[in-house]
Design a protein around this ligand. Structure first.
Ligand code: E4P
Length: 215
């Protein structure tokens, strides 16, 4: 399973990259708005820190405009994936961009039918937002299960990115279902490592090590 970091913060990317487990980064307009840096340089710097794809979102609405914007975003670095919200224009743009070999991450996906169309249009990635579904009392993980079944039925190559992750349980469930990728916020990434019994175990071993004769 690949782990992406869901952030536009350089320090967070640097830190997780240093753990040796980072496979990519996903940004969005909200995440970029929190950083006090010009957009272009911010994305270039992030893209320098990871070898995997860095998703950057298009904000245009019409297919032609989305394509033009995506082509510009794609120039920012060699490992850019352009994020396009799933709409009819988004699908049209995805078809054109995929034919040019540009990786599209179809985003704001909330149903299996949207994911099916994204794959048919040639999206390299699809991003279902499970946390936002859970927020309105739906079962986000059910959507992941459904999309995985649809993709498996037809051997689609589109990779599923479990997005809008809220806690470590989401990551574990995604892994158990066999999702290709989870994009994880920094705070959740830290929680994935922690276990109280690990901390207690380390402390106990250190205490006992004091009693070991080294002579
Ligand atoms: C995914 O690519 C999005 O950036 C992200 O996961 C959205 O998460 P949120 O619902 O916490 O904003």
């Amino acid at each position: 399973m690949k782990l992406f970091l869901d952030t536009a913060n350089l320090l967070e990317v640097k830190e997780i990259a240093s753990w040796g487990i980072l496979d990519g980064v996903t940004t969005n307009p909200t995440l970029c708005s929190k950083e006090n840096m010009p957009f272009g340089s911010l994305i270039r710097e992030i893209a320098n820190l990871v070898t995997g794809p860095v998703s950057v979102e298009c904000v245009s609405n019409r297919a032609d405009d989305i394509v033009a914007e995506a082509l510009k975003l794609n120039q920012l670095a060699s490992n850019i994936a352009v994020k396009i919200p799933i709409t009819i224009d988004g699908l049209k743009a995805t078809k054109i961009l995929a034919a040019k070999g540009i990786k599209v991450n179809m985003t704001l996906v909330f149903s299996p039918s949207q994911a099916l169309l994204a794959a048919k249009a040639g999206a390299a990635f699809v991003s279902p937002f499970i946390g936002r579904l859970d927020d309105i009392s739906h079962h986000g993980m059910e959507l992941i299960e459904q999309i995985l079944s649809v993709y498996e039925n037809y051997n689609f190559e589109t990779e599923l990115i479990v997005a809008s992750i809220r806690h470590p349980g989401h990551v574990v469930e995604a892994a158990l279902l066999g999702a290709d990728i989870a994009t994880v916020p920094f705070s959740v990434m830290e929680k994935l490592v922690k276990h109280p019994l690990t901390d207690i175990g380390i402390e106990r071993f250190l205490q006992d090590w004091e009693k070991v004769s080294l002579k």
